[in-house]
Ligand binder design. Structure first.
Ligand code: 8IG
Length: 285
Protein backbone atom coordinates (compact mmCIF):
# COMPACT_ATOMS: atom_id res chain seq x y z
CA UNK A 1 0.00 0.00 0.00
CA UNK A 2 2.57 2.57 1.07
CA UNK A 3 4.79 1.27 -1.77
CA UNK A 4 2.04 2.05 -4.33
CA UNK A 5 1.69 5.57 -3.00
CA UNK A 6 5.45 6.06 -3.20
CA UNK A 7 5.48 4.83 -6.82
CA UNK A 8 2.70 7.24 -7.85
CA UNK A 9 3.78 10.72 -6.78
CA UNK A 10 0.84 13.05 -6.18
CA UNK A 11 0.48 15.75 -8.80
CA UNK A 12 -0.57 18.07 -5.98
CA UNK A 13 2.74 17.87 -4.18
CA UNK A 14 4.63 21.08 -5.04
CA UNK A 15 7.81 18.99 -5.07
CA UNK A 16 6.44 16.81 -7.89
CA UNK A 17 7.45 17.59 -11.48
CA UNK A 18 4.15 17.21 -13.41
CA UNK A 19 6.07 16.46 -16.62
CA UNK A 20 7.84 13.54 -14.93
CA UNK A 21 4.46 12.09 -13.89
CA UNK A 22 3.22 12.62 -17.47
CA UNK A 23 6.28 10.76 -18.77
CA UNK A 24 5.55 7.89 -16.35
CA UNK A 25 1.94 7.83 -17.60
CA UNK A 26 3.14 7.82 -21.24
CA UNK A 27 5.50 4.93 -20.47
CA UNK A 28 2.51 3.01 -19.09
CA UNK A 29 0.48 3.88 -22.22
CA UNK A 30 3.28 2.37 -24.32
CA UNK A 31 3.14 -0.83 -22.19
CA UNK A 32 -0.66 -1.07 -22.35
CA UNK A 33 -0.91 -0.40 -26.10
CA UNK A 34 2.26 -2.11 -27.31
CA UNK A 35 3.28 0.94 -29.35
CA UNK A 36 6.09 3.31 -28.45
CA UNK A 37 4.30 6.43 -29.62
CA UNK A 38 0.98 7.91 -30.70
CA UNK A 39 0.47 10.61 -33.32
CA UNK A 40 -2.76 12.42 -32.44
CA UNK A 41 -4.68 12.83 -29.19
CA UNK A 42 -8.37 13.51 -28.96
CA UNK A 43 -10.18 14.70 -25.82
CA UNK A 44 -13.89 13.94 -26.04
CA UNK A 45 -16.14 16.46 -24.32
CA UNK A 46 -19.91 16.33 -23.80
CA UNK A 47 -21.61 14.99 -26.91
CA UNK A 48 -18.46 13.83 -28.71
CA UNK A 49 -18.29 10.16 -27.59
CA UNK A 50 -18.98 8.56 -31.02
CA UNK A 51 -16.10 10.43 -32.68
CA UNK A 52 -13.62 7.93 -31.23
CA UNK A 53 -15.48 4.90 -32.64
CA UNK A 54 -15.86 6.50 -36.07
CA UNK A 55 -12.14 7.23 -36.28
CA UNK A 56 -11.08 3.63 -36.78
CA UNK A 57 -10.41 0.34 -35.04
CA UNK A 58 -9.90 0.46 -31.27
CA UNK A 59 -6.72 -1.53 -30.53
CA UNK A 60 -6.54 -1.06 -26.75
CA UNK A 61 -8.81 0.30 -24.03
CA UNK A 62 -7.88 1.04 -20.43
CA UNK A 63 -9.06 3.14 -17.50
CA UNK A 64 -7.50 6.57 -16.99
CA UNK A 65 -6.91 5.42 -13.42
CA UNK A 66 -4.52 2.73 -14.76
CA UNK A 67 -2.06 5.55 -15.45
CA UNK A 68 0.02 7.50 -12.90
CA UNK A 69 -1.44 10.88 -11.98
CA UNK A 70 -5.06 10.40 -13.06
CA UNK A 71 -8.04 10.33 -10.70
CA UNK A 72 -11.59 9.03 -11.27
CA UNK A 73 -14.08 10.88 -13.52
CA UNK A 74 -16.56 13.03 -11.61
CA UNK A 75 -19.37 13.97 -14.03
CA UNK A 76 -22.25 11.75 -15.25
CA UNK A 77 -22.06 11.33 -19.03
CA UNK A 78 -18.24 11.49 -19.08
CA UNK A 79 -16.55 8.08 -19.34
CA UNK A 80 -13.17 7.43 -17.73
CA UNK A 81 -11.42 5.41 -20.40
CA UNK A 82 -8.54 5.99 -22.77
CA UNK A 83 -8.38 4.16 -26.10
CA UNK A 84 -5.68 3.63 -28.65
CA UNK A 85 -7.35 3.86 -32.05
CA UNK A 86 -5.97 3.18 -35.53
CA UNK A 87 -6.65 6.24 -37.70
CA UNK A 88 -8.62 4.91 -40.69
CA UNK A 89 -6.53 2.33 -42.52
CA UNK A 90 -3.22 4.09 -41.79
CA UNK A 91 -0.46 3.07 -39.41
CA UNK A 92 -1.08 6.26 -37.41
CA UNK A 93 -2.52 6.00 -33.92
CA UNK A 94 -4.80 8.25 -31.92
CA UNK A 95 -4.95 8.35 -28.16
CA UNK A 96 -8.60 9.02 -27.34
CA UNK A 97 -9.45 10.37 -23.90
CA UNK A 98 -13.11 9.59 -23.11
CA UNK A 99 -13.13 12.07 -20.27
CA UNK A 100 -11.32 15.09 -18.90
CA UNK A 101 -10.70 16.58 -15.48
CA UNK A 102 -12.46 19.93 -15.22
CA UNK A 103 -11.02 22.88 -13.36
CA UNK A 104 -14.24 23.18 -11.31
CA UNK A 105 -13.53 19.77 -9.74
CA UNK A 106 -10.98 21.54 -7.58
CA UNK A 107 -8.16 19.01 -8.13
CA UNK A 108 -5.87 21.76 -9.36
CA UNK A 109 -4.64 22.83 -12.78
CA UNK A 110 -2.00 20.11 -12.97
CA UNK A 111 -4.76 17.48 -12.92
CA UNK A 112 -6.69 19.39 -15.61
CA UNK A 113 -3.78 19.29 -18.07
CA UNK A 114 -2.29 15.93 -17.11
CA UNK A 115 -3.89 14.19 -20.10
CA UNK A 116 -2.42 16.76 -22.49
CA UNK A 117 1.03 16.38 -20.95
CA UNK A 118 0.71 12.59 -21.07
CA UNK A 119 -0.23 12.77 -24.75
CA UNK A 120 2.77 15.01 -25.48
CA UNK A 121 5.06 12.61 -23.61
CA UNK A 122 3.53 9.76 -25.66
CA UNK A 123 4.84 11.41 -28.83
CA UNK A 124 1.64 13.15 -29.91
CA UNK A 125 2.15 16.23 -32.12
CA UNK A 126 -1.49 17.15 -32.78
CA UNK A 127 -4.19 17.60 -30.15
CA UNK A 128 -7.92 17.79 -30.79
CA UNK A 129 -9.84 19.33 -27.90
CA UNK A 130 -13.61 18.95 -28.09
CA UNK A 131 -16.27 20.20 -25.72
CA UNK A 132 -19.96 20.80 -25.30
CA UNK A 133 -20.76 24.44 -24.59
CA UNK A 134 -23.24 27.27 -24.76
CA UNK A 135 -23.52 29.49 -27.82
CA UNK A 136 -24.10 33.24 -28.04
CA UNK A 137 -25.17 33.26 -31.69
CA UNK A 138 -28.95 32.67 -31.65
CA UNK A 139 -28.75 30.89 -35.02
CA UNK A 140 -26.56 28.14 -33.51
CA UNK A 141 -29.26 25.57 -32.77
CA UNK A 142 -28.38 22.78 -30.29
CA UNK A 143 -26.09 20.31 -32.05
CA UNK A 144 -24.16 22.90 -34.10
CA UNK A 145 -20.38 22.23 -34.23
CA UNK A 146 -18.21 25.38 -34.09
CA UNK A 147 -14.44 25.62 -34.60
CA UNK A 148 -12.60 27.51 -31.88
CA UNK A 149 -10.58 30.31 -33.46
CA UNK A 150 -9.36 31.84 -30.19
CA UNK A 151 -10.16 31.87 -26.48
CA UNK A 152 -10.60 34.03 -23.41
CA UNK A 153 -9.52 32.33 -20.20
CA UNK A 154 -11.62 33.74 -17.35
CA UNK A 155 -10.55 31.13 -14.80
CA UNK A 156 -7.68 33.25 -13.50
CA UNK A 157 -5.62 30.05 -13.56
CA UNK A 158 -2.75 28.87 -15.76
CA UNK A 159 -1.09 25.48 -16.23
CA UNK A 160 2.27 27.22 -16.66
CA UNK A 161 4.51 27.29 -13.61
CA UNK A 162 7.17 29.91 -12.99
CA UNK A 163 8.25 32.49 -15.57
CA UNK A 164 7.16 30.42 -18.57
CA UNK A 165 6.24 32.97 -21.24
CA UNK A 166 4.35 31.12 -23.94
CA UNK A 167 3.14 32.81 -27.14
CA UNK A 168 -0.55 32.11 -27.77
CA UNK A 169 -0.84 33.84 -31.15
CA UNK A 170 -2.46 31.26 -33.47
CA UNK A 171 -3.01 28.88 -30.53
CA UNK A 172 -5.85 27.26 -32.50
CA UNK A 173 -4.12 26.16 -35.69
CA UNK A 174 -5.30 27.96 -38.84
CA UNK A 175 -3.91 25.01 -40.84
CA UNK A 176 -6.10 22.49 -38.99
CA UNK A 177 -9.13 24.78 -39.20
CA UNK A 178 -8.64 24.97 -42.97
CA UNK A 179 -8.75 21.16 -43.14
CA UNK A 180 -12.05 21.27 -41.22
CA UNK A 181 -13.51 23.84 -43.60
CA UNK A 182 -12.51 21.55 -46.47
CA UNK A 183 -14.51 18.69 -44.90
CA UNK A 184 -17.48 20.89 -43.93
CA UNK A 185 -17.58 24.32 -45.61
CA UNK A 186 -20.57 25.32 -43.45
CA UNK A 187 -18.57 25.15 -40.18
CA UNK A 188 -18.72 28.36 -38.16
CA UNK A 189 -15.88 29.67 -35.99
CA UNK A 190 -16.13 31.15 -32.52
CA UNK A 191 -14.19 32.58 -29.60
CA UNK A 192 -14.47 30.27 -26.59
CA UNK A 193 -14.74 31.82 -23.15
CA UNK A 194 -13.88 29.53 -20.25
CA UNK A 195 -15.66 30.24 -16.98
CA UNK A 196 -14.74 28.32 -13.85
CA UNK A 197 -18.20 26.75 -13.41
CA UNK A 198 -19.70 24.42 -12.40
CA UNK A 199 -22.72 26.73 -12.35
CA UNK A 200 -23.79 27.91 -15.78
CA UNK A 201 -23.48 31.65 -16.39
CA UNK A 202 -26.01 34.28 -15.46
CA UNK A 203 -27.51 36.12 -18.43
CA UNK A 204 -25.35 39.14 -17.44
CA UNK A 205 -22.21 36.98 -17.56
CA UNK A 206 -23.18 35.68 -20.99
CA UNK A 207 -23.67 39.30 -22.17
CA UNK A 208 -20.26 40.15 -20.67
CA UNK A 209 -18.67 37.28 -22.60
CA UNK A 210 -20.20 38.72 -25.77
CA UNK A 211 -18.97 42.25 -25.04
CA UNK A 212 -15.47 40.83 -24.51
CA UNK A 213 -15.57 39.23 -27.95
CA UNK A 214 -16.68 35.72 -27.01
CA UNK A 215 -19.26 33.65 -28.86
CA UNK A 216 -19.00 30.33 -26.95
CA UNK A 217 -19.19 29.79 -23.17
CA UNK A 218 -17.91 26.70 -21.42
CA UNK A 219 -15.96 25.20 -18.54
CA UNK A 220 -12.98 23.52 -20.21
CA UNK A 221 -10.44 23.60 -23.03
CA UNK A 222 -8.46 26.84 -22.52
CA UNK A 223 -6.12 25.53 -19.81
CA UNK A 224 -5.52 22.36 -21.82
CA UNK A 225 -4.82 24.36 -24.98
CA UNK A 226 -2.27 26.49 -23.12
CA UNK A 227 -0.50 23.39 -21.78
CA UNK A 228 -0.54 21.91 -25.29
CA UNK A 229 1.11 24.99 -26.75
CA UNK A 230 3.74 24.91 -24.02
CA UNK A 231 4.45 21.30 -25.08
CA UNK A 232 4.70 22.35 -28.74
CA UNK A 233 1.53 20.61 -29.92
CA UNK A 234 -0.61 21.84 -32.80
CA UNK A 235 -4.15 22.36 -31.45
CA UNK A 236 -7.57 21.97 -33.02
CA UNK A 237 -10.45 23.09 -30.79
CA UNK A 238 -14.01 22.24 -31.70
CA UNK A 239 -17.16 22.90 -29.70
CA UNK A 240 -20.56 21.33 -29.91
CA UNK A 241 -23.11 24.01 -29.07
CA UNK A 242 -25.61 22.01 -27.03
CA UNK A 243 -27.55 24.99 -25.71
CA UNK A 244 -27.83 28.73 -26.17
CA UNK A 245 -26.05 30.71 -23.46
CA UNK A 246 -28.26 31.70 -20.54
CA UNK A 247 -30.57 34.56 -21.48
CA UNK A 248 -30.01 34.14 -25.25
CA UNK A 249 -33.31 33.76 -27.09
CA UNK A 250 -33.61 31.59 -30.21
CA UNK A 251 -34.83 33.41 -33.35
CA UNK A 252 -38.48 34.33 -32.78
CA UNK A 253 -38.52 32.63 -29.36
CA UNK A 254 -37.74 33.24 -25.69
CA UNK A 255 -34.68 32.23 -23.64
CA UNK A 256 -35.02 28.87 -21.87
CA UNK A 257 -33.48 27.66 -18.58
CA UNK A 258 -30.45 25.33 -18.95
CA UNK A 259 -30.39 21.75 -17.70
CA UNK A 260 -27.52 19.24 -17.72
CA UNK A 261 -29.91 16.51 -18.92
CA UNK A 262 -30.96 18.59 -21.95
CA UNK A 263 -27.32 19.33 -22.67
CA UNK A 264 -26.53 15.58 -22.72
CA UNK A 265 -29.60 14.88 -24.88
CA UNK A 266 -28.68 17.55 -27.46
CA UNK A 267 -25.16 16.15 -27.54
CA UNK A 268 -26.42 12.60 -28.15
CA UNK A 269 -28.70 13.73 -30.97
CA UNK A 270 -25.84 15.42 -32.85
CA UNK A 271 -23.07 13.03 -31.88
CA UNK A 272 -22.97 10.69 -34.90
CA UNK A 273 -23.06 13.52 -37.44
CA UNK A 274 -20.36 15.72 -35.85
CA UNK A 275 -18.32 12.66 -34.83
CA UNK A 276 -18.22 11.49 -38.44
CA UNK A 277 -17.11 14.92 -39.59
CA UNK A 278 -14.34 15.02 -36.99
CA UNK A 279 -13.14 11.50 -37.83
CA UNK A 280 -12.83 12.52 -41.49
CA UNK A 281 -10.88 15.65 -40.48
CA UNK A 282 -8.42 13.59 -38.42
CA UNK A 283 -7.89 11.12 -41.29
CA UNK A 284 -6.86 14.14 -43.39
CA UNK A 285 -4.26 15.49 -40.90
I1 8IG B 1 -22.70 21.51 -22.52
O1 8IG B 1 -24.02 27.24 -21.43
C1 8IG B 1 -22.47 23.33 -21.75
N1 8IG B 1 -21.41 23.59 -21.01
N2 8IG B 1 -20.19 27.57 -18.98
N3 8IG B 1 -22.13 27.41 -20.21
C2 8IG B 1 -21.01 26.84 -19.71
N4 8IG B 1 -20.69 25.58 -19.91
C3 8IG B 1 -21.52 24.86 -20.66
C4 8IG B 1 -22.68 25.36 -21.20
C5 8IG B 1 -23.01 26.72 -20.97
N5 8IG B 1 -23.27 24.38 -21.88
Amino acid sequence: MTDDVAQTPSLDDPGTDPKAVAQAAADRVAELTGVASHDVALVLGSGWAPAGDLLGETLATFATTDLPGFSAAAVAGHSGTIRSVRIGDTERRALVFGTRTHYYEGRGVRAVVHGVRTAAAAGVRTLVLTNGCGGLDPTWTPGTPVLISDHINLTGASPLEGATFVDLTDLYSARLRAICHGVDPTLAEGVYVQFRGPQYETPAEVRMAGILGGTLVGMSTTLEAIAAREAGLEVLGISLVTNLGAGIAPPGGVAQPLSHEEVIAAGKAAAERVGGMLAEVIRQF
